[in-house]
Design a protein around this ligand. Sequence first.
Ligand code: PMM
Length: 277
Amino acid sequence: MTGPARPLVMGILNVTPDSFSDGGRWATTEDAVAHGLDMVAEGADLVDVGGESTRPGAERPPLGEELRRVLPVVAALADAGVMVSVDTMRAEVAEAAVGVGARFVNDVSGGLADPRVLEVVARSGVTMVAMHWRAHSARMQDFATYDEEGGVVDAVTRELAARAEAMAAAGIPAARTVLDPGLGFAKRPHHNWELLRSLDRLSALGFPLLVGASRKSFLGTLLADEDGRPRPTGEREHAHAALVALLAERGVWGLRVHDVRATRDALEVAARMQEAR
Ligand code: PMM
């Protein structure tokens, strides 16, 4: 039986020593591939393989190191029949990953860090996720100001529309364009909540939306203890599952998550509630 369309679940596979919540856990190719397959077994529709940590303050790895981390994992998962996305801001990595079977390029800079990514995507026929981004992680929180009229929602809508236009100009059709508000990237906690409350404004741009809230610090801030200490990254999953259930009602295209099982469970609940209406 086909139920109502649910958001796709993108399982996060960070092959990095330093990502904020899972850095170092899947550092060998073997461990990373096994974790990717586990996420698929739990119900992930696609697996997002990344070799560069984008946590605030992170330094970039050299190109060769990023290729070395990512390519064997993308190749092995794609060979196993998994739909793979590569999380990269570099054209060389995108091109090599597509060459070994990646079907999505997830560029957190939406092609701003390396505009040649747009050409690679246009040429290769894969789908691109363009996230809202203002600067590399080492400096991004310096750009978390949205003082103009309309605040963060207007600014992110405008800046993402500009990325979609750049993609179209590079020859990427709308059917292969996904946008993402970029929660936590040059955003203070309240900016993330404002964006989540106003997702319909981004949807009105006419592209599918991917949302990545999993384990992010705005959830830690929400759940801070009475001394103001944020809830640790590994203890934010219940709040995330609640958010997933609410997002399912907003018609988002995809959710980028660490805990696939909890996400699928939350989506089951949301789907059953929608059916009952
Ligand atoms: N967040 C991170 C990395 N890549 N990609 C997209 N499209 N959207 C996101 O929100 C996003 C991303 C940082 O989180 P991680 O360190 O847990 O991967």
